[in-house]
Each structure stands twice: as structure tokens, then as C-alpha cells.
Design a protein around this ligand. Structure first.
Ligand code: SF4
Ligand code: SF4
Ligand code: SF4
Length: 217
């Protein structure tokens, strides 16, 4: 079966937050707003986020400390606890492509799904009283009014580092599946048995010699 999702490269993500801004822009303003017009005033987006990026400094056993930038959004789990707990059926997983969505007309904003998600991937839109989460930009990826190259999630289209990849992880021959196989892509918190579709590619260790190179005249 089709399993659409993201592969996020923790080695190349530079923590620029362009994906956060693009996500916000597309999903708040709806269809038809060009990415170039989003966040036109240079202001920080606020309110509900479907995608966030956290930066941590880590000290490996060997080598120098490095900053890991960690983008976080819904992983479109196969065993999605957010779907199981939803009392109204508003949260659901699509059979045709595995995308987990919220039917906003049926959502009562009770917040149970956000409690159930072990990844903190859902946020309540206080003003609208409905739950929000990453939709994989379902209104872009199948949108025939958009040019072919824009038929991918806004975050993927925007990332200047090429750190975000979109595709079918249910197809072992897809580019994303090959990337996962080549780079040792991993599942987040497999012990939860949520079976997330999204994968992360691990950062490569940075040796002290690289730092010397940078500092050399
Ligand atoms: Fe649900 Fe969270 Fe899994 Fe997304 S990441 S499908 S919100 S449990
Ligand atoms: Fe379902 Fe909405 Fe409650 Fe989440 S907030 S469990 S989607 S009714
Ligand atoms: Fe990382 Fe790309 Fe997002 Fe920038 S746009 S924070 S490089 S994933």
C-alpha cells in the first residue's frame, strides 16, 4: 500500500526555519498564495504550528560538540494512537495513501489526540477550536492547478538545504526508500509501536579535523 511521508536529513538541516514559515504560510493562507509572498513582512509566524524545528547542542563520545537541528511534525503513523482515541472519528488515516488527517467539521477540540500523540505533533487552534496537524499538504500534492514541481509539501519545496524529501515509503524502489536504505534512515521512538511512516537520516559525526580546516587561513 502507498505510504506517503517525509524523509528528513538531520545531517544537512541547518535549522533555518524556512520550512516552518512555508508550512505556516501555505496552511494558514490556503490555496493560491505563492511562496514568495508568504511572510512578506519578515515577521516571525505565531500561533499554531504544524511543523517546528528544535536545535540542540550534543557532545558525542568522540569528536567535537555539534548542533543538531531537529524538525518535528506528524509522522503519519500506521498505528496512530491519535486516531484510536478520537471520540468523534474526526481523526482518521486515509486508506489510499496513509495520510493522517483531521476532519475539522467533526472535531470538537477536546484535545485527546494531542495527549495521545507521543511526538507532540498536534496543536489546538484556539481561535477555531479545532485540532491542527501536518496534512502533508494534501491540497498541493494532488493539485492539478499547480505546476508539477510545486506538487509536494510546502516545507519540502522550500527547504534551501534539500534536507526534506517527500515520497512513497511503501514502495521499496522509490527515491525516499532508497535514501532510507543508503543512509540508515530510522524511525522515531520505535518502542511506542506507532509505526511512523516518516524517517530521519542520522547526522554524520563531525571530526575535530574539520573544525581545524575551517579555522585554517
Ligand atoms: Fe498521530 Fe502523532 Fe502519529 Fe501524527 S505523529 S499520526 S499526530 S500519533
Ligand atoms: Fe478528535 Fe478533535 Fe478531539 Fe482530536 S481534538 S480527539 S481530532 S475531536
Ligand atoms: Fe532544516 Fe530545511 Fe527546515 Fe531549514 S527548511 S530548518 S534546512 S528542514
Amino acid at each position: 500500500a502507498k505510504k506517503l511521508g517525509l524523509v528528513i536529513d538531520l545531517d544537512t538541516c541547518v535549522g533555518c526555519h524556512a520550512c516552518v514559515t512555508a508550512c505556516k504560510g501555505w496552511n494558514d493562507q490556503g490555496y493560491g498564495v505563492p511562496l514568495s509572498d508568504q511572510n512578506a513582512y519578515g515577521s516571525e509566524p505565531s500561533g499554531t504550528f504544524l511543523n517546528r524545528v528544535h536545535s540542540y547542542e550534543v557532545q558525542p563520545d568522540q569528536g567535537t560538540a555539534q548542533v543538531i537541528n531537529f524538525p518535528r511534525s506528524c509522522l503519519h503513523c500506521e498505528n496512530a494512537p491519535c486516531v484510536t482515541v478520537c471520540p468523534t472519528g474526526a481523526s482518521y488515516k486515509r486508506a489510499e495513501d496513509g495520510i493522517v488527517l483531521v476532519n475539522e467539521d467533526a472535531c470538537i477540540g477536546c484535545g485527546l489526540c494531542a495527549w495521545a500523540c507521543p511526538y507532540g505533533a498536534r496543536e489546538l487552534d484556539q481561535a477555531a477550536g479545532v485540532m491542527k496537524k501536518c496534512t502533508l499538504c494534501v491540497d498541493r500534492i494532488y493539485n492539478e492547478n499547480l505546476p508539477e514541481e510545486d506538487r509536494q509539501p510546502a516545507c519540502v519545496r522550500t527547504c534551501p538545504a534539500g534536507a526534506r524529501h517527500f515520497g512513497d515509503l511503501g514502495d521499496p524502489d522509490s527515491d525516499v526508500s532508497k535514501l532510507v536504505a543508503d543512509r540508515g534512515g530510522y524511525e522515531l521512538m520505535p518502542e511506542m509501536d506507532t509505526k511512523p511512516v516518516n524517517r530521519y537520516l542520522p547526522p554524520r559525526p563531525k571530526g575535530p579535523e574539520q573544525e581545524v580546516d575551517i579555522l585554517a587561513p
